[in-house]
Design a protein around this ligand. Structure first.
Ligand code: KG4
Ligand code: ZN
Length: 374
């Protein structure tokens, strides 16, 4: 089956065409063509994503991104000219589009575009949950470049746990099988990616802050630069699987305020040295918190797989530390997505769609659902 996925929940306009085969016990995917347009540069001026700007950009870019994805997949799709998609139906069986969670004006652009395509090509359009996409992102492995064609066959055992860490979410999901999922923990306030972005803003770093903090933290480690204070590791001793990141963010804010009060030169409130040290300590606090909570959940639920999805798992230190959990839990299969599939993309949406399809489809309404839950 050939599936086209569409993703416009935030600031990436993405379309991907995949070939999906197999049943729920042996999923097999091949990326035929994938294209992403990132709006990061446009939003970074405003320090965060502006929903109506995102909407305008998605509208403008969707046809361009579609054409690009079709071009990459043109041999498989048996189309003579990818520019003629309005007239000529490519060999695509189903369209899956993100309906939530995300920014509603942005989600609507993808949904409307998907509906139009479905009508033109006379094929069904089905809604997909973005977070299920982040779970499915780990099913593509050994994929250095998203453009590269790849074939993956995954044997998957249950129960599995999924830690989802993105700009809008921090949650742990228990997968009893591909259909039965239960949220066992979530953040009580800020999402972890949001904390990265907010702390980056305090340090006057551009949006999105995750990659910036990550870069500075690495530099600090290389130069052996360390902060004289330890930031809190929120809720690591609580007996549940919940998180909280706003206290950590506030601890950074107070640290900076304190620095400012003690600095004679009020203009240049913190030096590069301090920036590096703060970034490193903040990242360490996040890593330790996520690892501690995940460990607790592993001991409780004894999963066969640990899935980690969402933009924050693009973080180098986190990737290394999570992979090291294998030393503690020998039988645990740790699945993390390739970096290009960690942040938002449409390949994961198409894959999640295929799983829904095999499950008999939940029939998500084709309507933007900003707060859609798993
Ligand atoms: O999954 P994603 O692309 O979008 C949402 O669904 O939210 O995640 C975006 C988040 C942003 O908060 C961004 O700062 C964070 O992922 N992020 C990172 C890194 N790369 C992206 N956080 C830490 N380290 C990174 N290298
Ligand atoms: Zn996401």
């Amino acid at each position: 089956m050939i599936i086209l996925g569409i993703e416009t929940s935030c600031d990436e306009t993405a379309i991907s065409i995949i070939k999906a085969k197999g049943d729920l016990n042996s999923l097999e995917f091949e990326v035929l063509g994938s294209s992403i347009n990132s709006q990061i540069k446009i939003h970074s001026e405003f320090g965060g994503v502006v929903p109506n700007l995102a909407k305008r950009e998605h509208k403008k870019n969707l046809p361009i991104v579609l054409e690009d994805a079709l071009k990459k997949a043109e041999n498989e799709l048996q189309i003579a000219n990818c520019k003629l998609w309005e007239k000529e139906k490519p060999k695509i069986d189903l369209i899956f589009v993100t309906v939530g969670p995300g920014l509603e004006p942005a989600l609507w652009t993808g949904i409307e575009f998907a509906k139009e395509l479905g009508e033109k090509w006379h094929i069904p359009v089905i809604g997909t949950n973005h977070m299920e996409g982040h779970i499915a992102s780990v099913l593509f492995k050994n994929n250095e470049l998203e453009d590269k064609k790849l074939q993956v066959k995954t044997q998957f055992g249950f129960p599995s746990l999924a830690l989802l860490i993105s700009g809008g979410h921090t949650e742990i999901i228990l997968l009893k099988d591909w259909k039965n999922k239960e949220k066992i923990g979530e953040t009580k306030d800020d999402a972890v990616g949001e904390a990265f972005d907010k702390v980056a803003r305090m340090l006057k770093l551009p949006y999105p802050g995750g990659p910036e903090i990550s870069r500075l933290a690495e530099e600090a480690r290389n130069k052996n630069i360390q902060l004289d204070t330890k930031f809190p590791r929120p809720m690591i001793h609580s007996h549940d699987f919940n998180f909280s990141f706003s206290g950590l963010k506030t601890a950074v804010l107070y640290y900076l305020k304190n620095l400012k009060n003690n600095t004679i030169n009020q203009e240049n409130v913190f030096s590069d040295f301090e920036k590096l040290a703060i970034a490193r300590e903040f990242e360490d606090a996040v890593v330790e918190t996520l690892l501690t909570k995940t460990r607790k959940a592993i001991l409780e639920y004894l999963p066969k797989n640990l899935i980690i999805g969402g933009g924050v798992i693009a973080n180098k230190t986190l990737r290394e530390k999570f992979l090291m959990l294998n030393k503690e839990f020998n039988d645990l299969n740790i699945l993390i997505p390739e970096k290009s599939l960690a942040t938002d993309n449409a390949t994961m949406i198409a894959a999640a769609g295929y799983i829904d399809y095999l499950n008999g489809v939940k029939n998500l309404e084709l309507k933007a659902q900003g707060n859609l839950e798993i």
